[in-house]
Design a protein around this ligand. Structure first.
Ligand SMILES: Nc1ncnc2c1ncn2[C@@H]1O[C@H](COP(=O)(O)OP(=O)(O)OP(=O)(O)O)[C@@H](O)[C@H]1O
Length: 240
């Protein structure tokens, strides 16, 4: 791992144990089934500290992905407020929320969500295209992110030319390339064998410990949850 190379320019966020990064204040979200609203989250409240690594667990369908999407501004609650850092994201316009998400959040998905026609390098570069950066700066950031996940020698490979574990490391590089403080991971090891899963969780732990990234990991796997300092178990509200 080339983490301590001087050219690794990702900023190390200060570990601030007490300061909350994410404040979820009585958030509700229901989905419509015909005329009936089916509640998934009801007045859910929780805080995630800056620099924390948190596991989100619970039965299938209890709302883990829903909550992750709300925290990352990929969805909006029906009621309640969410504040991330200084930003009350529930008060942002749609355009401002999209812009905020692109600058402040890295999403990591179970099935990687890489664009198959693009090389690893081009996939990692995608989130930078909304940023006002020169090509040389983009290139340096992409190289840093690929170095960090140990894939500098795969930069020109397409996803189909890589293993699942390597594809997930490309996805982590893509999540890191904007230097977002918050990484939201939805079953990041769900498609991987044990050895690859261990490598991914060690990488996420390192990003948490060395770079102070705040990380939320949705998982069904107790071995994955064990990497987190805290586990929150979600339960589904009673249907009304
Ligand atoms: N877009 C949607 N429209 C309607 N219902 C939805 C939608 N998204 C999720 N749901 C429902 O909301 C509930 C919570 O879904 P969610 O994906 O958040 O659960 P989860 O805890 O992540 O589940 P799993 O562990 O199986 O991935 C489920 O009953 C699901 O069917």
């Amino acid at each position: 791992m080339t983490l301590h190379d001087p050219e690794i320019a990702l900023k190390a966020t200060e570990q601030t144990d007490a300061a909350p990064l994410v404040v979820i204040d009585r958030v509700s979200r229901a989905y419509r089934k015909g005329k009936v609203a089916v509640p998934v989250l009801e007045r859910h409240a929780m805080t995630i500290a800056a620099g924390e690594m948190l596991a989100l667990v619970g039965a299938s369908g209890c709302g883990k992905t829903t909550l992750l999407n709300l925290i990352g501004g990929a969805d909006r609650p029906d009621a309640g407020e969410i504040t991330v850092g200084e930003t009350r994201i529930t008060s942002l316009s749609d355009g401002a929320l999209t812009d905020w998400r692109g600058r402040n959040v890295g999403f990591i998905f179970q099935f990687y969500n890489l664009l198959p026609a693009l090389s690893a390098r081009a996939n990692v570069e995608l989130p930078l295209l909304i940023h006002d950066l020169r090509a040389a700066e983009r290139r340096a950031r992409v190289d840093n992110a690929l170095n960090l996940v140990g894939l500098e020698d795969r930069a020109d490979h397409r996803p189909e030319e890589m293993s699942g574990g390597q594809q997930q490391r490309v996805a982590i590089a893509r999540a890191l390339v904007t230097d977002a403080d918050l990484l939201l991971c939805d079953e990041p090891t769900g498609d991987l064998d044990q050895d690859s899963a261990t490598r991914i969780m060690e990488l996420l732990s390192l990003l948490n410990e060395e770079f102070g990234k705040t990380i939320v990991v949705v998982t069904h796997d107790p071995n994955v949850a064990a990497y987190a300092a805290r586990t929150v178990r979600l339960t589904r509200p009673e249907a009304v």
